[in-house]
Design a binder for this molecule. Structure first.
Ligand code: SAH
Ligand code: SF4
Ligand code: F3S
Length: 439
């Protein structure tokens, strides 16, 4: 390769979940260590990396849209390289290049971190790599995007095979880091000044490494790492144990927030989704959580328009949402993912019904979020300051224990500080407050 065409600078855009964010940060640090420079502006990059998501068709469409725009840059700058990595790369492999020929590299979820080797043409690498089983997890350093906040992926992959979901296909079998590795990594982050750490996995509750289960792991990180605030994502209701709730109640460093995807409020649909639990079991868990944790934010994921979902079954989801009273929710229209079990079912809920169901659900959840947030008024929450509000220089933004955004009048407070904030007002999406005096 001629010297002037060598890749020196790169830009990464990330789609999808926090796992992908964590992977992008790790990839950026791997590339930087190898002498490549990260640039904030795509137009300064010799290599554009898209770390992609396949969870819904829309997520993939966004990447195709982006690749269309990149095609224009590439015509002006022929030496520009384009790498598509992550879940969509894993799902499509060669098909992606057949469809979008100006993509230079396609690296699946297990091969992402080999990108520098691929760029340098190392033996055994090639431009398109999607085979599983190549990842050396212990070589992968956890990373922090902001100096005060860190993520550690405790397990990769998923063995649940919910019938609608592409993740097990694109992320592979579940595999875990050892508890010692995680505790050491957390300790290192604490030493470097990380204030809030999030442990990540598709289903953290099924974590098991030798004798350590997830509650044990959480307790060890809370007690041994020195990290002041600890979070985790995501819990599967079938595996959320009483022991976990007890550890949360006993360890003040674990933030009182549980993301517990319900998906549907109707048992027939839950069963067809392969979710294992019933709505009755789910509601029992919620009661138990609320009884054990005096202040807890509960959030969820919901899908409307799953194959064969009737109007009554959809109503059952609305009823469950009302009954639980979620602080917030991610809500989606069902999207067929090729290769999944549900892709064999007729996608028979008409698109206009899916849209109507989703809109009504969103409106309901917005009312509930508003009502839940009103309850915070008068309380003092400890906010981790993230910086200035995106809209106004006069306000600063912090994240509460329940993972809600709170805005307060700007003062001389550096990002990464944890400050007491009295909540004075709230809407459906944001809390508002002022710095409180704490005695
Ligand atoms: N591991 C996490 C979720 C990962 S995907 C868990 O099990 O909770 C995030 C969310 O996307 C899911 O909870 C689900 O609500 C939604 N989702 C997944 N596949 C989908 C599909 N085919 N159509 C619509 N939404 C989907
Ligand atoms: Fe997908 Fe289910 Fe695994 Fe979550 S638990 S990633 S929804 S298969
Ligand atoms: Fe995450 Fe999307 Fe992959 S949700 S695991 S980036 S398919």
């Amino acid at each position: 390769m001629r010297q002037e065409n060598r890749v020196r600078t790169f830009h990464i855009s990330t789609y999808g979940c926090q796992m992908n964010l964590a992977d992008s940060s790790t990839l950026a640090s791997t590339l930087t260590t190898r002498g490549y420079r990260r640039v904030a502006d795509e137009s300064d990059a010799d290599l554009i990396i898209l770390n992609t998501c396949s969870v819904r068709e829309k997520a993939e469409d966004r990447v195709y849209g982006r690749l269309g725009e990149i095609y224009k840059f590439k015509k002006q700058k022929p030496h520009l390289k384009v790498a598509v990595v992550g879940c969509m790369a894993q799902r499509l492999g060669q098909d992606l290049v057949d469809r979008v020929p100006h993509v230079d590299y396609v690296l699946g979820t297990d091969r992402v971190f080999e990108l520098p080797d691929v760029l340098e043409g190392r033996e055994g690498t090639s431009a398109i790599m999607t085979a599983f089983g190549h990842e050396n997890m212990d070589g992968i350093e956890p990373i922090k995007e902001k100096p005060w906040s860190g993520f550690i992926t405790i397990s990769r992959g998923c063995d649940n095979y919910c019938t609608y979901c592409i993740v097990p296909f694109v992320r592979g079998r579940e595999r875990e880091h050892s508890a010692d590795y995680i505790v050491d990594a957390a300790r290192k982050m604490a030493d470097e000044g990380v204030v809030e750490l999030t442990l990540l996995g598709q289903n953290v509750n099924s974590y098991k490494y030798e004798e350590t289960d997830f509650p044990d792991l959480l307790r060890r990180v809370a007690r041994e790492s020195g990290i002041p605030r600890l979070r985790y994502m995501t819990s599967h209701p079938k595996d959320l144990s009483r022991k976990l709730v007890q550890v949360m109640a006993e360890e003040p460093k674990i933030m009182p927030h549980i993301h517990l995807p319900l998906q549907s409020g109707a048992n027939r649909i839950l069963n067809r989704m392969g979710r294992i639990y019933t709505i009755e079991h789910y509601l029992k868990i919620i009661d138990h959580i609320r009884a054990a944790l005096p202040y807890v934010a509960i959030t969820t994921d919901l899908i409307v328009g799953f194959p064969s979902e009737t109007e009554e079954e959809y109503e059952a989801t609305l009823a469950a949402v009302k009954q639980v009273g979620y602080d917030s929710a991610f809500m989606f229209r069902y999207s067929v993912r090729p290769g999944t079990t549900a892709a064999r079912y007729a996608d028979d809920v008409p698109e206009e019904d899916k849209i109507r169901r989703l809109n009504k659900l969103i409106a309901l959840q917005q009312e509930i979020s508003y009502e839940r947030n009103q309850r915070e008024i008068g309380e003092v929450r400890w906010g981790l300051v993230e910086g200035h509000s995106r809209r106004s220089k006069d306000r600063m933004r912090a994240r509460t224990e329940g993972n809600k955004t709170v805005l307060f009048p700007a003062g001389d407070i550096s990002p990464g500080s944890v400050v007491p904030i009295r909540i004075t007002a709230a809407d459906a999406f944001t809390l508002h407050g002022e710095i409180a005096e704490v005695h």
